[in-house]
Design a protein around this ligand. Structure first.
Ligand code: IVH
Length: 665
């Protein structure tokens, strides 16, 4: 390829990759499978390597994170980044509304928006190119975190128009990424993040952008700072930001009165747990900019906006004891057993204490009154103790030296905060391994709840996962809670699992660092257990998404003689060891009604489990998301579908019943 040809190809690839990136990360509606995006990106990386002079700062390849920095430069904001005044109840919202009406009369409306719980950032574009991103800092001076922000795919590196503009928004970590990140950290014995906001902030304050690049952050932008163009209203500003290629939050709504505003607060306060990201309130802003100007600012916040904060989901209760749980990898996690208490609509009786260091850092003692926090669907945690309520009876918690299950010595691996039981025969680990093996994304064996699993071990019916396939009717029927029907169902379910495609078995084996997604990638690539176990580290590293740590873990896993013996037993029992699932992109079917569509599943389904229907839609080239927005193309609503169905009706989105699926599935 000549230099000229390379340039032409690069000029074609860049906008195409940007378009796919935007569809996926901004619009939540990809039109091509991930593999197509990856293929084009790999081609661009290679061309840029061959012709380095053709590599530009705004190339889509520049999101991987450059070399680590020594420190962050200070950035002075051209316009101060203020914060908002808060309202905690209807009365204070009414006070705010009265002040607004006193200032500008009654002829105005508010734009209501979700208050995203992340961290405020400023994004500067010169002639359409992203040149600098900064934290809010103290409002006047922030830190230059450009390299970290570039790794966020929802931040365009180049705008649709060559404008010079400063845009502000909230960078955040989606709940699912937060959960996955903490799971990995827990497995690695690292300190856990307390909530998605801390995780997002922690990621963006890393000097090494490679860390932020791995953290799967996103952003919603909500305002414009320095800009020479003319915009008349906040709603127009948001629409304009959309057209420039930014991601704005789709749930915004116009409100004319306090009653409408409160209805919006109540609507979202009841549904915040369904959102895939955390919100901590609602923001109301006077829409027209000339009216905003008329109202002006106090020293620290605008008079034209207010943040209605949701009530704190924190309560005080007593910590009775600390229970120790041993995970599948031997990590010992302390859990607080609490006096039951209502928080965020549920009764909480257990809460995470994360690790021993944190217990001592927060000086949490057994018998203490403690503050419990529960946010959305996040596991409740103990935030702090209340030393002023101590009676003197409280006891400082000491981690035992021995595993409470198998008595072997607990070890603290260097660099980790967690203690581990390293006995591979520890019954707790074997039990957890089996719970994982039968779980839905793994072998999907129904009817094997925790209580039954514990009995299987205590009755000596099982030592490792392969023994599952040797279980007999006569053995199962003797267990508590096992009737004739449940025994037969369980045996049928165990039998059916033998036919699972390789990725389910791979995930179920619980190889360190291999989640469901990596397992699928490995199965698609190697097709059989035999090929995979013979793969060298280099061959593994050759696979997209498989990094150093994963490759090492796979090689080490298959080197163990016990693993060879286990796999042999599974194979003897008739468990399938090869990939039978379709290769996703081949299955993607342009004729399918789901191809390129964003679909939401809601209500009770009869014919399929949610997981099955999701697989079918994804294999046909569609995408399944959790919440209904104007970007949703189709809602499949089963029995008793609630708010999502209502929302879809409001937005005029197609709604199908399960029966409507019949011609296609
Ligand atoms: S508007 C003049 N809109 O909440 C302040 N802020 O104290 C303009 N936030 O610092 C902020 N979602 O970090 C605005 N939709 C939203 C927001 C939002 C989250 C954060 C932002 C700000 C804080 C308010």
């Amino acid at each position: 390829m000549t230099h000229e040809e390379a340039k032409r190809r690069i000029d074609k690839l860049k906008p195409l990759i940007e378009k796919y990136n935007e569809e996926y990360h901004v619009n939540d509606a990809p039109s091509v499978p991930d593999s197509e995006y990856d293929r084009l990106k790999a081609e661009l990386i290679q061309l840029e390597e061959e012709y380095p002079d053709l590599k530009t700062d705004d190339s889509p390849t520049q999101r991987v994170g450059g070399p680590p920095l020594d420190s962050f430069q200070k950035v002075r904001h051209a316009q101060a980044m203020l914060s908002l005044d808060n309202a905690f109840d209807e009365a204070s919202l009414r006070d705010f509304d009265r002040r607004v009406r006193d200032g500008i009369g009654d002829s105005f409306s508010y734009v209501a928006e979700l208050k995203i719980d992340g961290l405020a950032v400023s994004l500067l574009y010169e002639n359409g190119r992203f040149v600098r991103g900064a934290t809010r800092g103290d409002g006047t001076t922030g830190e230059d975190i450009t390299e970290n922000l570039k790794t966020i795919h929802a931040i365009p590196l180049r705008l649709k128009e060559p404008v010079t503009i400063e845009v502000r928004g909230e960078a955040y970590m989606p709940k699912a990424s937060f959960k996955a990140l903490n799971e990995v950290r827990e497995e690695e014995g690292g300190a856990l993040f307390a909530n998605p906001r801390n995780a997002a902030a922690g990621s963006l304050r890393q000097l090494d952008p490679k860390i932020a690049a791995k953290r799967n952050l996103s952003i919603f932008v909500y305002s414009v700072g320095q800009f020479d163009g003319t915009l008349d209203s906040h709603s127009e500003t948001l629409d304009y930001l959309d057209t420039l290629g930014f991601k704005t939050n789709p749930e915004r709504q116009r409100c004319e009165t306090v009653e409408e505003a409160m209805a919006y607060v109540q609507y979202w306060s009841a549904r915040r747990a369904d959102l895939p990201y955390e919100i901590d309130g609602i923001v109301f802003k006077v829409d027209r900019l000339f009216q905003q100007e008329e109202l002006g600012f106090t020293a620290k916040s605008p008079r034209w906006a207010i943040a209605y904060k949701f009530p704190a989901e924190e309560v005080v209760t007593q910590l009775h004891e600390v229970e120790l749980n041993i995970g599948r990898t031997g990590v010992v996690t302390p859990t607080a057993i609490l006096e039951p208490v209502q928080v965020a609509g549920t009764t909480v009786q257990r809460a995470s204490l994360h690790n021993e260091d944190l217990i001592h850092e927060k000086d949490i003692r057994v018998g203490d009154y403690v503050i419990i926090k529960k946010a959305g669907d996040i596991i409740p945690e103990v935030v702090a103790s209340l030393p002023e309520r101590r009676t003197g009876e409280e006891e400082v918690f000491q981690m035992p030296k021995q595993c409470p299950e198998c008595d072997s010595e607990l070890i603290r691996i260097e660099g980790e905060v967690a203690l581990r039981c390293v006995n591979p025969q520890c019954p707790a680990q074997l039990r957890e391994a089996l719970i994982h093996f039968v779980s839905r994304n793994a072998m999907n064996i129904d009817g094997l709840g925790e209580k039954i699993i514990v009995q299987l071990f205590t009755h000596g019916l099982i030592q490792d996962v392969s023994d599952l396939y040797q279980l007999k009717y006569d053995q199962l029927i003797q267990l508590e809670r096992m009737g004739e029907k449940s025994t037969n169902n369980l045996l049928a379910s165990i039998d059916a699992s033998k036919g699972n495609s390789l990725e389910k078995l791979l995930f179920g084996l619980g190889i360190r660092f291999i989640g469901a997604k990596a397992a699928r990638t490995l199965a698609e690539r190697f097709h059989s257990m035999d090929h995979l176990r013979k793969a060298s580290k280099e061959e593994l590293l050759d696979v997209d998404e498989i990094g150093e740590k994963m490759a090492d873990a796979i090689v080490q896993y298959f080197e163990q003689p016990e693993v060879s013996a286990l796999l042999e037993r599974l194979e003897q029992a008739g468990v399938n060891m090869s990939y039978t699932g379709p290769i996703r992109e081949e299955a993607a079917n342009e004729e399918s009604p789901f191809y390129g569509k964003t679909v939401v599943l809601t209500g009770k389904l009869e014919r399929f489990t949610r997981g099955e229907l999701k697989d079918i839609i994804e294999q046909a080239g569609g995408k399944v998301t959790g919440s209904v927005s104007k970007k949703t193309d189709l809602v499949i609503a089963g029995e008793e579908a609630g708010s999502k169905r209502t929302k879809a009706e409001e937005l005029g989105i197609d709604i199908w019943s399960e029966a409507d699926l019949s011609p296609y599935i």
